[in-house]
Design a protein around this ligand. Structure first.
Ligand code: B12
Ligand code: SF4
Length: 481
């Protein structure tokens, strides 16, 4: 065996995490898989109440021979700095990175971070298996490594068809009590679309791959039996294949997860929503749906290459609200060609439905996206790229413009942020009033919390408050892991 003791690290991503921070699924899969092959593993998530000094303590206790970091582009310098610090102290431990940032940059990451020994683009289970078990480096697909200072690659990355070969993450190395009481379930990987701002098609591929309904059912049941009552489907395009969804939902229903709340908040496509699917979701325990709307203007939807119309969105949202789902709408603003009038159309779309929430994200040109290429050629960046991606708070990433266009100069982007922020808060207060009405004046007072970011953050980050909120809103059963 080349590496027998592997420590996985999730760097700190400060921010609100959109309603809950859960143990990380990607490195969870890798850890579970290589542990099943005899590699000793452990993990440290710097978002779960740990500091960098805990990393040094963990290294001293566990004595890893390989440390793996998962990386998003947001805050990538934090990881590079951490790696440089570790390299100075531990000459014998090898360091490896993977995750969406590496998928986008491929081998370039080895140049940007000279202290890292390896990088893996795409899915990490098979390259990590091969690396740890000692396969020749030049045969390990998706792996970047160094030979006498030169960066080499073991071949094109994997897109794994048989996802069932990987055991689902049980998060044994994570302090589950430190997270939102919700487990993320990934039932598929990839998305056939190619919206200009989205890194998923590049990172996970356009050929969508599925786990079997039975294994997804087993996973839900495993956590349910341990007291978990809230689940978040983390798929990129959960409804992509109707036939498969209609197999999966009855399977989930058959597991009788009484009192469980299933959320599907990452953004399903409105054009794939049908009444039979919604009814089947309802029966299976789904309560919340995030719909990736992006814009209330057909012209902008075309620019985004969303292949969707406002009319389809209206139809789907109406149907979901009528069937009493808690609907969250996800929009972006600042798209090439977009004007303030288009942003107002997005706000109007959100306001004309009794949705639970509407999020409006300032468009960020992540590497590996068509938007990034367009911005490089056509737009004015509003600062240094490195500073822009390494802002200290995810809220700033979401709210502060990256670039400006003639149709929406910086001053209009600031107006857009103000208008969309106000609309989000109004919708949130409206929802809370409706949900908490049966608590009389106390409920109305509590509803005003939706106006204040710090109170929202408190509810999201505090396990007890979040569980209480779930009970009040969804009537879910008490839970505790
Ligand atoms: C769930 C999710 C979240 C959750 C995080 C979950 C949690 N722990 O609570 C939440 C909602 C918090 C979140 C937030 C954000 N997210 Co997010 N998120 C996702 C999503 C939808 C699924 C991730 C997932 O579980 N994938 C399934 C697993 C199996 O894949 P994986 O994690 O990529 O891991 C595999 C490989 O990457 C690789 N790998 C990963 N780590 C490592 C490490 C090593 C050592 C190796 C070898 C391999 C390896 O192997 C893994 C197994 O195959 C992805 C979309 C996607 N498909 O990646 C976006 C995604 C990762 N998010 C993204 C973004 C931009 C964000 C935000 C910055 C958004 C924003 N504007 O604020 C914020 C971050 C802010 C913050 N404070 O956290 C982008 C990242 C793009 C980029 N280049 O960085 C993605 C790709 C979405 C997109 N449309 O572009 N996110
Ligand atoms: S935004 Fe959604 S539909 Fe578009 S490419 Fe990304 S995952 Fe697919």
């Amino acid at each position: 065996m080349r590496y027998a003791r592997v420590l996985f690290v999730t760097p700190s991503y400060p921010g609100r995490h959109f309603g809950g921070y859960r143990p990380p699924v990607g490195i969870g899969y890798i850890e579970e898989f290589i542990a099943s092959l005899g590699v000793a593993t452990t993990a440290l998530d710097l978002n779960a109440g740990f500091k960098e000094r805990d990393l040094y303590r963990k290294i001293a206790e566990f004595k890893p021979d390989l440390i793996g970091f998962t990386m998003m582009t947001y805050q990538y310098m934090t990881t590079y700095r951490m790696i440089a610090g570790l390299r100075r102290l531990y000459k014998d431990i090898k360091l490896i990175v993977g995750g969406p940032h590496v998928s986008a940059l491929e081998g370039e990451v080895m140049g940007q971070c000279p202290d890292v020994d390896y990088a893996v683009s795409g899915e990490g289970e098979l390259p990590m298996r091969d690396l740890c078990l000692g396969a020749p480096l030049e045969t390990i697909r998706g792996l970047y490594y160094r030979v006498n200072g030169e960066v080499r690659n073991g071949g094109p990355r994997y897109y794994v068809d048989n996802l069932d070969q990987f055991p689902f993450p049980r998060f044994g190395s994570y302090p589950l009590g430190q997270y939102t009481n919700e487990i993320e379930i990934s039932t598929s990987r990839g998305c056939p679309h190619k919206c200009i701002f989205c890194s998923v098609p590049d990172h996970m591929g356009r050929r969508i791959r599925y786990r079997s309904a039975r294994l997804v059912g087993d996973e839900l049941e495993y956590f349910y039996r341990r007291g978990v009552r809230a689940f978040q489907i983390g798929d990129d395009n959960f409804l992509a294949n109707r036939r498969r969804v209609m197999e999966l939902l009855p399977e989930i229903e058959s597991r009788r997860l009484k009192g469980a709340v299933i959320r599907c908040g990452q953004g399903i496509r409105a054009d794939l929503i049908t009444e039979p699917i919604l009814r089947a979701m309802k029966s299976a325990g789904f309560k919340q749906l995030g719909i990736g709307v992006e814009s209330g203007s057909n012209r902008i939807l075309d620019v985004i290459c969303k292949h969707l119309t406002v009319e389809q969105v209206d139809r789907a949202v109406r149907m979901a609200c009528e069937l009493d789902f808690d609907v969250t709408l996800l929009f972006v603003y600042g798209t090439p060609g977009e004007t303030l009038d288009d942003v107002k159309k997005s706000i109007e779309l959100a306001q004309r439905h009794p949705v639970m929430k509407a999020y409006f994200f300032n468009l960020v040109p992540f590497p590996g996206t068509a938007l990034n290429d367009w911005v490089n050629e056509n737009a004015a960046l509003l600062g240094n790229r490195e500073d822009l991606f390494n802002r200290t708070d995810e809220w700033k990433l979401r709210a502060q413009p990256f670039f400006e266009t003639p149709e929406m100069p910086l001053k209009d982007r600031i107006v857009a942020r103000r208008l969309t922020g106000r609309a989000s808060r109004q919708i949130q207060v409206r929802t809370l009033k409706r949900k908490l009405a049966r608590w009389g004046p106390v409920g109305l007072l509590a509803a005003q919390a939706g106006n204040f970011n710090f109170l929202e953050r408190l509810f999201i980050r505090n396990r007890r408050l979040r569980t209480l909120m779930d009970r009040l809103i969804f009537h879910s059963e008490c839970s505790g892991i």
